[in-house]
Design a protein around this ligand. Structure first.
Ligand SMILES: Cc1cc2nc3c(=O)[nH]c(=O)nc-3n(C[C@H](O)[C@H](O)[C@H](O)COP(=O)(O)OP(=O)(O)OC[C@H]3O[C@@H](n4cnc5c(N)ncnc54)[C@H](O)[C@@H]3O)c2cc1C
Length: 267
C-alpha cells in the first residue's frame, strides 16, 4: 500500500508495475505408451505411488533405470522417499529429467540481470528493448522506497522524466513512425533505451529443471536484502511445490521479520 502524503498524482502511480507474476507454460509429461512398451520389453513391473506427480514419476523412473530396480528389485519406498534418498545421496543429476518452462512478468531489468547469471540448467528468452517500444513501460517499485514518502516522490519524478526522455529521444531520432525500416528502429530504440533505469519492467521466459530450480532456491531464496529476488523465489517455491512437492520438501516458505517472504533451505 502506498503511503499518503507523497503528493503523487494518478498519472505518476500509473508508472508502477503490479509486481511479479509467474506462469507455468509447460510441465513434465510421461508418455505412458512408450513407458508401457519399455516395461513390457524388459518384463519389468513398476509399483507406482498414487500420490506422485508426473514430474516426480519421471525422476523416480530415471533413478530406477540406473539400477533396473523394478519388480522384486523394487524396495517398498514411496516415490517421495525415493527422491529424498536421491537428494541425500547427491545423486541429483536424476532431478534434471523434470523440466518446466516458466514465464515471469512484472520484474525489473535489475532482477533479470541477476537471474541470467544462472548458467547451468537454465535457458532464457527475454523481452527485447530493441524490437519492443518501451515508451509506455512501467517500473518496479522497490519496497524500501514504497514505504518512504519522500523517496517515493523523488522516485516517481525521476522515472517520469526518464520515460519522457526515452520518448523524446525516439521522437528526435525520427523513430515515431512505425513505417521506419526495422534496423533503423532497432538503432533508435537501442539509443533511447540507454536512459532507461534498472527498475524498467520486463518479461522473461525461462526453462529450468528440478535440480537447477533447487539450486536457484538455495542460493537466492534467503538473501535478506534482495527483496525482488525473494518475492520471485517465493513464487517459484510455491509453483514447484504443487508441481513436485518432494523437490521442495527440504525448503520452507517463511514470513521474514520484515513482513516479506523468504525461502529457506532447512535440510
Ligand atoms: C548473495 C549473492 C551476491 C552476489 N553478488 C554478486 C556480485 O557482486 N557480482 C557478481 O558478478 N555476481 C554476484 N552474484 C552472482 C553469483 O556469483 C552467481 O553468478 C549466481 O548466483 C549464479 O550462481 P551459480 O554460479 O552457482 O549458478 P550456475 O551458473 O547455474 O551454476 C550452478 C553450479 O554449477 C557449477 N558451475 C557452474 N559453472 C562453473 C564453472 N565455470 N566452474 C566450476 N563450477 C561451475 C557450480 O557448482 C555452480 O554453483 C551474487 C550472488 C548471490 C547469491
Amino acid at each position: 500500500m502506498l503511503m499518503s502524503g507523497t503528493g503523487e498524482g494518478k498519472d505518476d502511480l500509473e508508472l508502477i508495475s503490479a509486481g511479479p507474476r509467474l506462469y507455468v507454460l509447460s510441465r513434465p509429461s510421461l508418455n505412458s505408451e512408450d513407458l508401457a512398451s519399455f516395461l513390457s520389453e524388459e518384463a519389468a513391473e513398476w509399483k507406482r505411488s498414487s500420490s506422485a506427480t508426473m514430474a516426480e514419476e519421471i525422476i523416480e523412473l530415471a533413478g530406477r533405470i540406473c539400477y533396473m530396480s523394478f519388480g522384486r528389485r523394487q524396495s517398498p519406498k514411496s516415490n517421495a522417499a525415493y527422491i529424498r534418498r536421491l537428494i541425500e545421496q547427491q545423486h541429483e543429476s536424476v532431478l534434471e529429467h523434470a523440466s518446466w518452462t516458466l514465464l515471469l512478468t512484472g520484474i525489473s531489468r535489475a532482477f533479470t540481470h541477476q537471474i541470467v547469471r544462472h548458467r547451468i540448467g537454465f535457458s532464457f528468452s527475454q523481452l527485447s528493448q530493441q524490437y519492443h517500444d518501451e515508451g509506455n513501460t512501467k517500473f518496479i517499485l522497490p519496497e524500501e522506497i514504497r514505504h518512504s514518502p519522500a523517496a517515493l516522490l523523488l522516485w516517481l519524478q525521476l522515472l517520469k522524466q526518464l520515460r519522457q526522455g526515452y520518448n523524446s529521444i525516439v521522437h528526435n531520432l525520427g523513430g515515431v513512425e512505425s513505417t521506419e525500416p526495422k534496423e533503423r528502429l532497432r538503432a533508435i530504440r537501442s539509443a533511447a533505451r540507454s536512459v532507461l533505469p534498472n527498475a524498467t519492467e520486463t518479461k522473461i521466459v525461462f526453462s529450468a529443471n528440478g535440480r537447477s530450480l533447487r539450486h536457484f532456491l538455495s542460493t537466492r531464496g534467503a538473501v535478506e536484502g534482495d527483496m525482488e529476488m525473494r518475492k520471485v523465489a517465493a513464487l517459484i517455491f510455491s509453483r514447484l511445490t504443487s508441481e513436485a512437492p518432494t523437490l521442495t520438501s527440504d525448503f520452507e516458505l517463511q514470513v521474514h521479520n520484515d513482513g516479506y517472504p523468504i525461502v529457506r533451505h532447512v535440510k
